[in-house]
Design a protein around this ligand. Structure first.
Ligand SMILES: [Zn+2]
Length: 83
């Protein structure tokens, strides 16, 4: 799964965000005889991004979602295809 990328249009930040996500998951809870839990096979059933705040200017209002290619282009100034 491709991670969402964000950009703050206020300060240009591309890399630091506080992201609040509501996530509903189903998972295999595997207990040892001693009761130690190991969570395995986590499946995300539903995921909703509630807020994305810029870490630099702490603005939730100017953060926009961009695709990874666009974010890379913004970061480098030129579009460079990944090998
Ligand atoms: Zn910002």
């Amino acid at each position: 799964m491709e991670a969402r990328r964000y950009r703050c249009s206020a300060c240009g930040n591309l890399t630091r965000f506080d992201v609040t996500i509501a996530r509903r998951t189903r998972a295999f809870h595997h207990f040892t005889v001693g009761g130690v839990l190991e969570v395995e096979e986590v499946e995300v059933l539903d995921e909703r991004v509630e807020s994305v705040e810029c870490r630099w200017c702490e603005s939730p209002d100017h953060v926009i979602e961009v695709d990874a290619e666009q974010a890379d282009a913004d970061a480098s100034g030129t579009v460079t295809p990944d090998a």
